[in-house]
Design a protein around this ligand. Sequence first.
Ligand SMILES: N[C@@H](CCC(=O)N[C@@H](CS)C(=O)NCC(=O)O)C(=O)O
Length: 283
Amino acid sequence: MKPARETTGDGRFARQPNRFTERLGPPEPGRYRLYASYACPWAQRVLIVRRLLGLEDLLDVTIVDPIRDERGWRVPGGDPEYLSELYLASDPDYRGRCTVPVIWDAVEGRIVTNDFPRITLDLETSWSTTPDLYPERLRPEIDALNEWLYHGLNNAVYEAGFARSQAAYEEAVARVFATLDELEERLAAGSPYLFGDELTESDVRAYTTLARFDAVYHGHFKCSVRRLVDYPALWAYARRLYAIPAFGETTDFDHIKRHYYMTHPDINPSRIVPVGPAIDWSL
Ligand SMILES: N[C@@H](CCC(=O)N[C@@H](CS)C(=O)NCC(=O)O)C(=O)O
C-alpha cells in the first residue's frame, strides 16, 4: 500500500480512484487480455465471471506473481516484466498504484479499463448473458446490494487493515461485522444465493471477500471479532459457492496468504506466513 497518498487526516484508508474507465467493447478473440492475481479479491471477481460465462477463448488471462515488491506486480514470463509498464505505456504521467484487475487492448497497445466494479458488469451485459448474472429486472436491487457490500465488507476489510488510527480501525471493523451479521440473517432464511435461487453478480462480490476472511482478513487485517466459520448460514453459503468450479478453481489460498502476509511489510514486517487456519472447504 501507499499509505500517505491514500490516508485521510484522521487515519482512514481512502482508496485511489480508477484511472482507466473506458467501457469494454464487444469481444474480439485475441484482442483483450486480463491481468489478474489469484490473491486479489477484485481480480478474482473477473476470473470467476470469465469462467461462469465461458469466455476463456475470448478473454486471455495472465496471472501475476503473488509477491509484489516495490516495483509492483511482476509478470511471470516477463512480457512485460512488470504490470507498471502497461500503465506507463497507456499514460506516461500515471503515478498511482498499478493495480489488477486490468484489461489490456493488444490491438491498440493500451489499457482499456482498471475499473474493477464495471469490468464484470460489462462482461455480463455485452459479452455473454448465459447464465444471466445481472438480470435486468433485478439490476436496481443488485446495484444497491453491491454498494452495501462494498462499503460494509469488500472495502471495509481494507479500511480496517490499512487504518492508521484506532478510531478508524474500530469504525471499519464494526461495519464489517454488522454486515456479516446481516448477511447471516438473510441467508439463514433458506435461499442458496443472495437473490434466491439465482446466482448473480452480488454472489461473486460477496464470495471473494468471504473466501479470504479467515485466511487473511481475520489475522492480517485484524477483523477478528468472529470468523466466517462461526456464521453457520454464511459459511454454508461460502462452501456452496466454492463447490462451483468457477469459484473453487480460481481460489488459491497459497497465493492469497503469501500475497497479503508478504506484501504489506508495515502490517507484517517479518513477512512470515501463518501455517493455518486448517479449514475444510468441502461441502
Ligand atoms: N483498482 C482499485 C482496486 C484494485 C486493487 O486495489 N488491487 C490491488 C490488489 S488487491 C492491487 O493491484 N494493488 C497494487 C498496489 O497496491 O500496488 C484500486 O486502485 O485501489
